[in-house]
Ligand binder design. Sequence first.
Ligand SMILES: Nc1ncnc2c1ncn2[C@@H]1O[C@H](COP(=O)(O)OP(=O)(O)OP(=O)(O)O)[C@@H](O)[C@H]1O
Length: 279
Amino acid sequence: MSATTKPLLEVNDLVVEYGTRRKPARVLHEVSLAVGAGECVGLVGESGSGKSTLGKAILGLVPVAGGRISFDGRDITHAKGRERRALASDIQVVFQDPYGSLDPLMTIGDILAEPLATAGTGKREAKSLVAEMLDRVSLPRNVLERYPSEFSGGQRQRIAIARALVRRPRLIICDEPVSALDLTTQATILELLIELQRDTGVSYLFVSHDLGVVRRVCHRVAVMYRGNLVETGDGEQITREPQHAYSRRLLTASPIADPAGQAERRQAWLELRQESAAV
Ligand SMILES: Nc1ncnc2c1ncn2[C@@H]1O[C@H](COP(=O)(O)OP(=O)(O)OP(=O)(O)O)[C@@H](O)[C@H]1O
């Protein structure tokens, strides 16, 4: 991160513990990570390494036992109540399971309008924002009266992405957003996420156990192992010369997908960052 561009999200020495006060189980050990404006940072690691817990801590869904989380220079580590609700305008999430994350009793129209109603957006403006989001995720307007059960996994994930985007957040935590989908659908959703980032400048913290997926969409990659962040770098570099033994193992287990595309995407982001620093 250059001195001229401050990261949008900064996590410093973050500690999260589950269990009880008497018998705490530490699952994040002083984790530090930064995500710049318009950047996609991938968080990879095996199951149980603490990736989702880090995402949840940023969203305020688990208590923080130590360290600090800042968003746009503001300390949000222990934000609660009104302050936390207001943060929903800036930080949103897309979960892994497009079947469980959409309320089956709500129409798509209501699902997409709900975050706007919570934010106090007027009905007319909400209607036009919802229509715009449907266009962005390539869904027709006639889905509004229908229910989640009428859609495929990929279509549901498009709806979940539209819902995350509708308040125009600056950061989306994507928690394994494609791992419940078949390979072809994975590819189209990843393309959609890349395109949306290019068009809106939103940042992503992209959680995945799949290094191949992360390399495809992310400018930088952070590797987690047993609650520790063991390595951060660009995907190219981690693939070429992994520093940590665990990264080497992760690499051996991952098919290498599109290294040229990843390098190109990182370069584009670096150029964008330089341009915005120069303004
Ligand atoms: N609510 C909870 N209570 C107690 N322990 C938990 C809780 N949630 C997660 N853990 C434990 O915390 C550790 C980290 O879990 P976490 O879900 O963050 O890992 P992960 O890397 O996201 O794994 P996965 O890829 O399987 O989702 C694991 O050991 C898990 O068992």
